[in-house]
Design a protein around this ligand. Structure first.
Ligand code: ZN
Length: 452
């Protein structure tokens, strides 16, 4: 069974789901105000790997990930560009899903949009006000963090120490500097929805608590996001649920950040933000998935030209092995090496230890190549099938010869026949045809090998 580090307890714990065989997970998604960058790519890949591994292990996954389509940043951009916030949100949401498709991330099973849940958000804010856990000011409605005894659970800090560390507040109507906005009253030129507190829009922390509980129900299994969301976003989501007396997420999972060259934090102000669209121009998107897999999800990863090209060359070893399998596979039994799979699963179940799991698979790649070199085709094929299955389980599909169209492979087969019949003119002609279609032709002891 999968064990995962839980941010709330600080320990690795078994992911015991509410309903056996089914996991309800909520991942904080995108605020669609700009093009997605590699940090967005990393968290999407981390949770895609989690979901795929759960599914590979036989668990049905309800994967909910939201789109925040109303937010200060969207409004600012819309005002700067003199268009509506819906237009801005629609444009960047489209870019988001295009990038996720290129990364090979599965679409969430549900994608709630914040603006479709405003009524429920207003209802939740009203309930919190009625309970005395929230209060109205001239610019909005605020949650009173003192309403929750264990506020600071995720941040691993007491309310007292957080309060003393909080920066001096400019808003004098707030009772504590840690209190946060549940509802923001509309200023001129801002989009708004009606509410008992006047026209306005929900706060971000309210969006996620409403959508996760609405779609997954109380006590859903896992809530995830980047480590930058632990505080205040997730702390504040949880606080609202606790104040309402509702069981919130049973498990909290957070992934590490992406660092640019030299361990620098990636940030707009430092000018080192790498957009996913730029990454796709530089490398195969699968290389980024492999780089993410080769790092532990809780550790930071460094994305530089060197780490990306190392991942790309490791990927080419996987693709080359897949080609070797294709050359022998039609003759073989289809057996898969069980030990490779067991070692992979064991490492994945230990807090998704993808670095050790992938290292074991690359060791199996080395052993498979040795077996093929020694003409132990069936041993090589068993190892290779296990490697391909395990990589596919975490969303990394090898692109070997199997992806070369049948018509091209047929030309290779005819070339082998021509050579066997010593018709070298015909063989040369067929080689030229294959090369003309954009492939590389290699002569091997087993006959023609075609590569992209
Ligand atoms: Zn969220």
């Amino acid at each position: 069974m999968l064990r995962l580090h839980d941010t709330a307890s600080g320990h690795s714990e078994q992911l015991e789901t509410r309903q056996p065989g089914r996991a309800g997970i909520y991942i904080c998604g995108s605020t669609v105000y700009g093009p997605p960058h590699i940090g967005h790519g990393r968290f999407s890949l981390v949770y895609d790997v989690l979901r795929r591994f759960l599914e590979y292990s036989g668990t049905v996954v309800d994967h909910v990930s939201n789109v925040t389509d109303i937010d200060d940043k969207i409004i600012n951009r819309a005002n700067e560009e003199q268009r509506s916030s819906q237009e801005v949100a629609a444009e960047y949401e489209e870019q988001w899903w295009q990038a996720m498709a290129k990364l090979g991330c599965l679409l969430p099973t549900e994608i709630p949009h914040a603006t479709a849940f405003i009524d429920q958000m207003v209802e939740l804010v009203s309930e919190l006000v009625a309970l005395g856990s929230a209060y109205e000011t001239s610019d909005g409605v605020y949650f009173s963090v003192s309403a929750v005894a264990d506020y600071g659970l995720l941040a691993h800090q007491s309310l007292e120490s957080m309060r003393s560390g909080a920066r001096v507040e400019v808003n004098e109507e707030k009772r504590s500097p840690l209190d946060f906005a549940l509802w923001k009253k509309a200023k001129p030129a801002e989009p708004f929805w009606p509410s008992p507190f006047g026209p306005g829009r929900p706060g971000w922390h309210t969006e996620c608590v409403v959508m996760s509980l609405a779609l997954l129900g109380e006590g859903f299994d896992l809530h995830g996001g980047g480590q930058d969301l632990i505080f205040p976003h997730h702390e504040n989501e949880r606080a609202q649920a606790v104040a309402l007396g509702k069981r919130f997420s049973r498990h909290w999972m957070h992934n590490g950040m992406v660092e640019a060259r030299g361990g620098q934090k990636m940030s707009k102000s430092l000018g080192n933000v790498l957009l996913l669209s730029d990454l796709f121009e530089q490398t195969d998107p699968r290389a980024y998935r492999l780089l993410v897999l080769q790092s532990h999800y809780r550790a930071p990863i460094e994305v530089t030209p060197t780490t990306l090209s190392d991942a790309a060359s490791a990927l080419s070893r996987l693709d080359a092995l897949s080609t070797r399998l294709f050359e022998v596979d039609t003759l073989e039994s289809g057996l898969t090496d069980p030990q490779v799979r067991e070692a992979f699963v064991e490492r994945m179940e230990d807090d998704l230890d993808t670095p050790r799991a992938t290292a074991a698979l690359f060791d199996a790649i080395r052993r498979a190549n040795m077996a093929f070199d020694a003409r132990e085709a069936s041993r090589g094929a068993e190892l290779t099938r296990a490697v391909l299955e395990c990589f596919a389980a975490v969303g990394l599909e090898a692109k070997g010869q199997a992806h070369i169209p049948q018509s091209v492979l047929e030309l290779g087969r005819r070339r082998d026949e021509a050579r066997a019949g010593r018709d070298f003119a015909a063989a040369d002609d067929l080689r030229a045809q294959i090369v003309g279609l954009g492939y590389v032709v290699e002569d091997t002891p087993g006959g023609t090998r075609i590569r992209r």
